[in-house]
Design a protein around this ligand. Sequence first.
Ligand code: DAH
Length: 341
Amino acid sequence: MAHPRVDAILREARDAVAAAKSSADLEQVRVRFLGRQGVLTQLLRSLGGLAPEERPAVGAAANEAKRELEGLLEARLAGALEAERRAERARGRLDLTLPGRRPPRGALHPLTRVHDEIIAIFAGLGFSVVEGPEIETDYYNFEALNIPRDHPARDMQDTLYLSESTLLRTHTSPVQIRAMQAQRPPVRIIVPGKVYRRDVADMSHSPMFHQVEGLAVDRNITMGDLKGTLELFAREMFGRGSRIRFRPSFFPFTEPSAEVDVLCFVCRGDGCRLCKQGGWLEILGSGMVHPNVLKNVGYDPEEVTGWAFGMGIERIAMLKYGIDDLRLFFENDVRFLRQFA
Ligand code: DAH
């Protein structure tokens, strides 16, 4: 039921559909011919103005043209949309020629790094790692370590008591007792762990910090062994040129006792800000295990001797990395932590 006027419009519409390159183009064609102001729509609406004899033929032809055009548009639209979706996916696909995106990477906490390093150094010397409870009894934390009740040495460490006889350990030294009770000499252990003190946090104090205890007990162990071991430790920890010195000191569980300094690795002894012009940095306390301590665990001080030391992990890390505020370790500000990645 063709009609010349409708035929012309239909031909134009078919060409437009054929020329469309996208779903957006097809939509434009639909609006142009079938929209409210569209050519075919207008034609159908104007049928009333035609001569009565013309109306049926034009009307039928226009309706047929409308159906054909709707079918054409629908068929092309499905293909166009599919092609567009495929192109979209291709754009989002992995481009192997692009430089990779770096995933955010975590890193070990500086205290963990120093802890691991200390352990590795002593493990290399044949020491084994032992741990003990953070909740201790008065006996292990003090008594067995030759610190009797009411002894002024108890004031050296402000203690957080949980009850009359239990407390948060103030040092890792009680693990010396536990380890010696559990085995016969020779003993070569290293004891890392958390310790607690009744202190308010400031640049150099924290109610919780970390220590590493060292203990060697055997026949003929001397202070020379202690010195040699700590010299090696200092060289591994602070560099080949490191030197240490012993300063007489006092601890109830060692006799003699010494505090150990390492030659300031910044100024090499000349005096600088890090060593507060002293040229030396204190790194630990140590000494020969007191005969009373050996007796307390059932060892015979006439038969075996030993040395022990205790060092603060935070202190070593502060010296090694030039950190001047203890609180930085516990605030977990990534801007601080990132520097050790
Ligand atoms: N326990 C001591 C403290 O926390 C450190 C210490 C000193 C440990 C001498 C020892 C040692 O094993 O022999 O201050």
